[in-house]
Design a protein around this ligand. Structure first.
Ligand code: ATP
Ligand code: MG
Length: 341
């Protein structure tokens, strides 16, 4: 510690100062009276062989350089170093009278997270605004005089449907944020998946019969219970099964299969349908919030586009894996693997 306090004489302590700089993950340099005295490997990779050169040669980005030349401690965000458009934060700290420690912190992840947040707020607002616009429009029409009772009843029914859709979106969003809030809390129930699957299949039997879908349940004998969150795992099964029925119904005589078996320390749960399938190019995005292949069809069926996002978050909380395979005209299989202990 004493040596660090003496850093203005740093050349004398080069080995320690260098070790300290190298221990930082990000590009870091020590600048003494405008000369780069030391630069760690990450800084040399990014800025070239700059040790011993004028700081104006090392940092060419005008705003960042101006900041460094002022010599004040603080931070500035900028782009223009390394890969095109990569955002950086330059952090300047004084270590002694004439020495500045400069760190270049890569802000790409923070920017990506911020973009995700902004997109999410925009999408959620859009999803809520659509039904809300309908509610306002129909409510205004209801206020018109001389409306026939039958028309008024139709408008009221639409208002109710749209309001219920908003309610579902809000419920799903709250569900997502609860799952996210609990993501580091290990689930504490012991879940009998076989019983859960049997009851889930009962719930969709009527709907499946209506569109002549056949339901099959394949359970390994003596399926063990697994550690998990009872309500969340039920939600995973409900969401996957309701997708299989809702989208599988579009194909005549669709077969829907639910299977569970143990495999290498995991419980493998499969929900498959012989429905129309999902075009390959949609698959990488299918678990994103509000992502739908056919928005109109999903909305018609009351979908919010949040079902698979919820499944993904629940599976992540359970330290499991989720994979979705699909082939057009052949069908879709969703596989969830959950650790047995
Ligand atoms: N088994 C399936 N077969 C065909 N397409 C599917 C299947 N499962 C999901 N999809 C497609 O993936 C999209 C996203 O599914 P997800 O479950 O996240 O939302 P949703 O079903 O539209 O709404 P929600 O589940 O919130 O009611 C769906 O809109 C649909 O286009
Ligand atoms: Mg769904």
């Amino acid at each position: 510690m004493q040596k660090i306090a003496n850093l203005p004489d740093m050349r004398q302590f080069d080995p320690i100062a260098r070790e300290l700089l190298e221990a930082l993950n990000e590009p870091a340099l020590l600048v003494e009276r405008r000369i780069v005295q030391l630069a760690n490997e990450a800084a040399r990779d990014l800025l070239g062989n700059i040790e011993g050169s004028d700081v104006r040669l090392a940092i060419r980005q005008p705003q960042a350089l101006e900041y460094v030349l002022k010599g004040d401690p603080g931070e500035i965000d900028f782009t223009g170093v390394g890969a095109f458009g990569r955002p950086w934060r330059l952090v300047a700290r004084r270590v002694g009278a004439d020495v500045l420690l400069l760190r270049l912190v890569d802000r790409s992840d923070a920017h990506a997270a911020e973009k995700l947040r902004v997109d999410f707020v925009a999408n959620a607002s859009h999803e809520l605004r659509t039904p809300l616009t309908a509610v306002i429009g129909y409510a205004e029409s209801l206020q018109e005089e001389g409306l026939e009772a039958e028309v008024a009843a139709r408008f009221t029914a639409t208002i109710r449907t749209e309001a219920e859709r908003m309610y579902r979106i809000i419920e799903d969003l709250m569900s997502l944020s609860r799952i996210e809030a609990d993501r580091f809390v290990a689930p504490s129930d012991q879940v009998d998946l076989a019983a859960m699957l049997r009851s889930a299949i009962q719930n969709v039997r009527g709907q499946a019969q209506e569109c002549r879908c056949k339901l099959h349940l394949e359970l390994q004998d003596d399926l063990p219970t697994i550690p998990g969150d009872f309500a969340q795992l039920a939600q995973v099964i409900d969401n996957l099964l309701s997708n299989a029925v809702r989208y599988g119904c579009a194909s005549a005589d669709c077969d829907i299969r639910l299977a569970a078996a143990t495999e290498d320390g995991f419980m493998r749960l499969e929900v498959s349908d012989t429905g129309p399938g999902i075009p390959r190019h949609h698959l990488p995005f299918i678990t994103r919030r509000f992502y739908r292949v056919d928005a109109a069809r999903s909305r018609e069926g009351g979908g919010t586009g949040l079902g698979l996002a919820i499944v993904k978050h629940i599976v992540e909380r359970h330290r499991g894996t989720l994979s979705i395979d699909s082939e057009l005209e052949k069908g879709t299989t969703v596989t969830v693997r959950l650790p047995l202990s």
